[in-house]
Ligand binder design. Structure first.
Ligand SMILES: NC(=O)c1ccc[n+]([C@@H]2O[C@H](COP(=O)([O-])OP(=O)(O)OC[C@H]3O[C@@H](n4cnc5c(N)ncnc54)[C@H](OP(=O)(O)O)[C@@H]3O)[C@@H](O)[C@H]2O)c1
Length: 309
């Protein structure tokens, strides 16, 4: 057997009995390994999510074999109604959620707008998890953890909310980096608002490492996907199990139970980019995301604009 993420995260002896989790983007890659690890750790229920129905059912079968109740719920994160349906099904299938892994995402080469006029990468990687989290807030038990898969690629851009509704100057790498910046800002702002609302729920973001062996490489141009997959076998290269270990460290480890609002890399709270530490930008992103989705602002703040940041 290869490396197990729970061992790499130092959580192999954590008992997840009683835990109910949702892992978005668990049909492949880091999310799949995280879901399977939760099963081996004894989780009661894992909701598997993605779009690939065959892959989703295969993960459910593996989880069921470990004694975990598993359900696959397909949903395209570029589709607002599908994300709402996902949240509804999660409510029906679970009593509450103890760990929400916001992990689904990718780098998309072609620029396009979604049905509501949003650049696709920003919609899938940020607005999808924003809406899902907002819709499930009252289904998160006290003591729950929200873990959002960001990336070291968030370093570079500053928040640019003008550019998320057009694709005339589309760059897949910029859009990806910007959406990952949004993930770091979102996780930190969620932590602040949960705290202000008196909720005992933590929120952190994670850089899983640069992982050649995940499905992520399919998004890269030309022959690069084949080349990077051959790197998988090279000792020392970050594996999908290493990436899942980063998620498990933030989501399951007793060492992180009381940490909120941080960005983890290599199983350490780490300082993200300056743009990702901009609390005014995080607030703008939060408020604008609600406007773009045409929903009431979740966990709305009561202090006046321009108040203490
Ligand atoms: N691999 C890396 O080097 C790396 C580095 C930093 C961060 N990350 C982040 O890690 C996360 C997981 O990526 P991975 O490396 O494990 O890649 P992956 O194997 O391609 O997994 C991506 C997952 O996201 C789902 N997904 C993609 N687009 C979706 C959409 N429109 N709607 C719903 N689900 C969608 C996929 O499901 P379906 O295929 O079933 O649709 C799949 O389960 C992503 O957020 C990625 O940005 C990866």
């Amino acid at each position: 057997m290869g490396k197990l993420p729970e061992r790499l995260a130092g959580v192999a002896d954590v008992d997840c009995d009683g835990i109910q989790a949702l892992v978005t983007g668990s049909t492949s890659g880091i999310g799949r390994e995280t879901a399977l690890a939760l099963g081996r750790l004894g989780a009661d229920a894992v909701v598997v999510h993605g779009r690939d129905v065959a892959a989703g059912h295969a993960v459910v079968d593996e989880l069921t074999a470990t004694g975990t109740t598993a359900t696959f719920v397909p949903a395209d994160f570029a589709d607002v109604a599908a994300v709402r349906d996902l949240a509804e099904t999660v409510r029906e299938e679970t009593d509450r959620i103890d760990i929400l892994f916001n992990n689904a995402g990718g780098l998309f080469r072609e620029g396009r707008l979604t049905d509501i006029g949003i650049e696709y990468t920003f919609h899938v990687n940020h607005l999808g998890p924003y809406l899902l989290t907002a819709t499930l807030l009252d289904h998160l038990r006290e003591g729950a953890r929200v873990v959002t898969t960001a990336s070291g690629a968030h370093r570079g851009p500053s928040l640019d909310l003008e550019r998320v509704q057009r694709v005339d100057d589309y760059s897949g790498f910029w859009a990806y980096s910007h959406s990952k910046l949004a993930n770091v800002l979102f996780a930190a702002e969620l932590a602040r608002r949960l705290d202000a609302a008196g909720r005992a729920v933590t929120s952190n973001s994670v850089h899983p490492g640069a992982i050649p062996g995940s499905g992520f490489s399919r998004f890269l141009p030309g022959p690069i996907p084949q080349l990077v997959r051959t790197l998988e076998a090279v000792p020392g290269v970050t594996s999908v199990a290493d990436g899942a270990a980063e998620l498990l460290f933030a989501g399951v480890s007793p060492r992180t139970a009381d940490i909120s609002g941080r960005y983890f890399s290599e199983q350490q709270p780490t300082t993200p980019s300056e743009a990702a530490r901009d609390t005014a930008a995080a607030r703008r992103l939060w408020e604008r995301s609600a406007e773009l989705l045409d929903i009431d602002e979740p966990l709305a703040r009561t202090d006046p604009p321009g108040g203490t940041e």
